[in-house]
Design a protein around this ligand. Sequence first.
Ligand code: ZN
Length: 200
Amino acid sequence: MSTAQRFCLALLSLIAFAALPGVAQAHVGIGSTTGFFDGMAHPFSGLDHICAMFGVGLWAAQRGDRGIWLLPLAFVLVMTVGGLLGMAHVFLPFIEPGIIASVLVVGLLIAAAIRLPLLASACLVALFALFHGHAHGAEMPTSASGLAYGIGFLSSTIALLLCGAVLGLACRQLKSPWVYRTAGAAIVTCGLGLCAVYLG
Ligand SMILES: [Zn+2]
C-alpha cells in the first residue's frame, strides 16, 4: 500500500469515526432553527446529511468531467429551492424516507461505480437535494434568523460537498477503485442504520 493509499484510508476511518455518534441520533426533528450557527451545525448533527452531501461530492469526483462541479452545484441550487418550497409550506410527500433513500442510493452508486449520463446524474442529485432542503424549510421561521439559519445550513452543505469532491479527486490520482468501494459501502451501511432507526 502506498503512502497516498494509507493517507486516504486513515482519512476515511477518521471521518467514519467522527460520524459514528450520529448513528445514535439519526435525523429526527431538527433542533433549533434560528441563527447562522444552528444552521451551520445542523448538517453535521446527523449521519443522513453528512453521508448524502459528502457522498454526492464523492460521486461527482468519481464521475469526473463537468460532473465534478455540476453535480454539487445542482445539489446546492435545488436544496435552496427545496428550502423555499418548504418555507412556503408547499406539500411534498416522502421527505424523510426520501432523505434516507438518498443516502442508500448515493452509497450504492459510489460502491458499484455507476456512471450515469450527466443529465440523469444531475436530476438524481437534484431530487436528493429537494428532500434535504424541504425538510428544513418547512420548519424554519420566515424571519431574519430563519434566513441566517438557511445560510448557515448552506455553507455547511457546500463544505461537505467539497470534502467529498476533494477526497474523490485525491483518490482518482491513486487509480484504485477500492477507496470508492469502501466509502460507498460505509455510506450504504449508514443508510441501512438510518432505515432501521426510522422504521424502528
Ligand atoms: Zn436535517
